[in-house]
Design a protein around this ligand. Structure first.
Ligand code: GLU
Length: 375
């Protein structure tokens, strides 16, 4: 993926909208606001963009459905409210998107899901498939088993992890401020908006603390950190005000709004290094000369047909090394099939995977996004 600079060039968007922009002060869903978000997102889709929406609002809707006028303190009650309200949240989106001929899909995730390699690959394939099908995934934290967002308002981090997962071009974090300011506007009337900066710059964290957002749930600090995380997959982050009229369309038309946090060039490679550096090698695949050549010259994925030997006990999502016929390491990557399955499909065209295993996860043994070449 090329690091896009103009927002109009960004094809794949992850948009995070927090409770403040979707609910009536934490009580019930703000239906007109949701109408407007859906209209804007449908227009982005119809303009050919792929959109994943990370949306809160489940707790607020749950409180209303239960007739609770005050937000309870007990975590288990908040979790129950989220489970009830999530129904209303997805109903609200699905019925509205249907008016534009679009379907939605409910995706509930936790941070741990994305730290586990196997689940990471599963979530990645599902989300990519949903996008290929033209569906809008509606992602929220799985509040039944995780409580980060309930406690910290941290769907910003989840949105960044989703951006990494699908290698989004753009992460839009909508908030109630214009963007990142260089000082706290409450104490400093000269506070100015930072239009653009490098994601991950330490100076930004200081400004985020100063801009008055740190104490709020999902404040500016989590946004700045989320941008640094998103940059690992070469994703640009835009922090902008969700109260601006028609904000998404205006951003898509390259109107200068909010703060852009740019990934450093080479961020994609950095992510691959991170992937490979994190994990223990679980197995070895020996490739034929043809496979070694296409891997090296074309940066392709590794297909089962080019593999001659499988060693080790590994699972889907584990790290394996790829060796040339002389036993020299050529590459390493996250494998899509476990050792027993890999043994059954090596040397075979991918069109036979389903017949050989009874199902198919992926056409590739290792997808090129999850493959790092050795120099
Ligand atoms: N994920 C939850 C939601 O969608 C948490 C937000 C909150 O704590 O209000 O509502």
């Amino acid at each position: 993926m090329v690091n896009a600079v103009n927002i109009s060039d960004c094809q794949r968007w992850v948009i995070k909208i927090g409770s403040a922009l979707l609910t009536n002060g934490g009580q019930g869903l703000a239906v007109e606001a949701i109408d407007a978000w859906v209209e804007q997102i449908a227009a982005l889709r119809q303009g050919g963009r792929e959109v994943l929406l990370v949306s809160s609002g489940a707790v607020a809707e749950g409180l209303t459905r239960l007739g609770w006028t005050r937000r309870p303190h007990a975590l288990h009650k908040l979790q129950a409210a989220a489970a009830i309200g999530q129904m209303g949240l997805v109903q609200a989106y699905e019925s509205r998107f249907q008016k534009y001929g679009l379907h939605t899909a409910q995706v509930l995730l936790t941070h741990e899901d994305l730290a586990d390699r196997q689940r990471y690959l599963n979530a990645r394939s599902t989300l990519n498939t949903l996008l290929d099908l033209g569906v809008i995934p509606i992602v929220n934290e799985n509040d039944t088993v995780a409580t980060e967002e309930i406690r910290l308002g941290d769907n910003d981090t989840l949105a960044a992890l989703v951006a990494n997962l699908v290698e989004a071009d753009l992460l839009v974090l909508l908030t109630d401020q214009q963007g990142l300011l260089d000082a706290d506007p409450r104490s400093n009337p000269d506070a100015r908006l930072i239009p653009e900066a490098l994601a991950g710059d330490i100076a930004l964290e200081k400004m985020a603390l100063g801009s008055g957002g740190a104490l709020g749930r999902g404040g500016m600090l989590t946004k700045v950190r989320a941008a640094a995380r998103a940059a690992r997959s070469g994703t640009m982050t835009l922090i902008a005000s969700g109260n601006e009229h028609n904000i998404l369309q205006r951003l898509a038309a390259d109107e200068k709004l909010g703060t852009r946090l740019m990934p450093a060039s080479g961020a994609v490679a950095a992510r691959k290094q991170w992937l490979a550096g994190q994990l223990r090698v679980r197995g070895r695949l020996t490739l034929d000369d043809g496979a070694v050549n296409v891997l090296r010259s074309a940066g392709s994925s590794l297909l089962p047909v080019g593999v001659t030997r499988v060693e080790g006990e590994f699972d889907r999502g584990d790290l394996v090394v790829c060796l040339d016929p002389a036993g020299e390491e050529v590459a390493r990557g996250l494998v899509n099939y476990n050792a027993a399955e890999s043994k059954q499909i090596i040397g075979q065209p991918s069109s036979r995977i389903e017949e050989l295993l009874g199902y198919i996860d992926e056409m590739e043994l290792i997808h090129r996004d999850n493959l790092v070449l050795c120099r």
